[in-house]
Design a protein around this ligand. Structure first.
Ligand SMILES: CC(C)(COP(=O)(O)OP(=O)(O)OC[C@H]1O[C@@H](n2cnc3c(N)ncnc32)[C@H](O)[C@@H]1OP(=O)(O)O)[C@@H](O)C(=O)NCCC(=O)NCCS
Length: 181
C-alpha cells in the first residue's frame, strides 16, 4: 500500500519482505529484541512458515523503515466478546501481529499507524479466505507501555481479558471492517 507521511515526505511503499531486496542492516526501533528478531530470526521463521512479513521503504531506497509480521493463532473462547462464548467451541481462530516497529528516526510521523492499517486491510482479505475472528497482538511492556497502549486503543484495539497475557489486545474482524469502511 503506498503511503505518504507528509507534504515533503518521500513516497512510502509497504511490500512483502524479500531478503534479497530489503536492507535490514541499519534498522533500529529502540527495542533490541525486535531489532534482533528482524535481523536474526525473521528469515528462518518465514522459511518455517511461522510468519509472513511486510516492510516499508521509501522511493528506491532498500533500507527498511518499518515492518510488521502476521501469523495464525488461536485464543480461548472464554476471552473476548460474548459471541465467542456462544459459539460453543474451545478456541477462536485469529490473526496475530507478532511484531510491528518503525525505525527510530521515522517514529511519530504516522508510519506505525500506516503499517497497522495495512496489516488490518490484509487481515480482512485473509478472513475472506479462512476463519479469523479478530486481529490480536501483545503490547510490549517497558517504560513506554502507557503511550504504546494508547496508540493501539486509538486504532480500536481492546484488552482481550486473558489474565495470563494481560497485555494482549484484539480488534474483532467486524470492527476492522467497520473501521476501514
Ligand atoms: C510503536 C510504534 C510502532 C509506533 O510507530 P510510529 O510511526 O511512531 O507511530 P505513529 O507516528 O503512527 O503514531 C504515534 C503514536 O505512536 C506511539 N509511539 C510513538 N513512539 C513511541 C515509542 N517510542 N514507544 C511507544 N509508543 C510510541 C504513541 O502513541 C504516539 O502517539 P503520541 O505521540 O500522541 O504519544 C513505534 O514507535 C515503534 O516502533 N516503537 C518501538 C517498537 C515498538 O514499541 N513496537 C510495538 C510493539 S507492541
Amino acid at each position: 500500500m503506498p503511503a505518504e507521511t507528509g507534504a515533503d515526505a518521500p513516497a512510502l511503499t509497504i511490500a512483502k519482505f524479500d531478503k534479497a531486496l530489503h536492507d535490514r542492516s541499519a534498522f533500529s526501533c529502540g527495542f533490541g529484541p525486535i531489532d534482533n528478531f528482524l535481523k536474526s530470526s525473521l528469515s528462518d521463521q518465514i522459511k518455517a512458515g511461522m510468519v509472513a512479513a511486510w516492510v516499508a521503504t521509501a522511493d528506491d531506497d532498500p533500507a527498511v523503515l518499518g515492518f510488521y509480521t502476521l501469523g495464525a493463532m488461536a485464543v480461548r473462547s472464554d476471552f473476548g466478546p460474548k459471541k465467542w462464548q456462544r459459539a460453543g467451541v474451545p478456541d477462536i481462530p485469529v490473526i496475530y501481529i507478532r511484531a510491528v516497529a518503525v525505525r527510530k528516526d521515522m517514529q511519530g510521523k504516522g508510519l506505525g499507524t500506516a503499517l497497522i492499517v495495512d496489516a488490518m486491510q490484509r487481515c480482512l482479505g485473509i478472513a475472506d479466505q479462512m476463519g479469523a475472528a479478530a486481529v490480536v497482538l501483545d503490547v510490549l511492556k517497558d517504560d513506554h507501555f502507557d503511550r504504546r497502549w494508547r496508540f493501539y486503543e486509538e486504532l480500536g484495539f481492546r484488552p482481550l481479558g486473558d489474565s495470563e497475557n494481560p497485555e494482549r489486545v484484539f480488534i474483532s474482524m467486524a470492527n476492522v471492517r467497520a473501521t476501514l469502511g
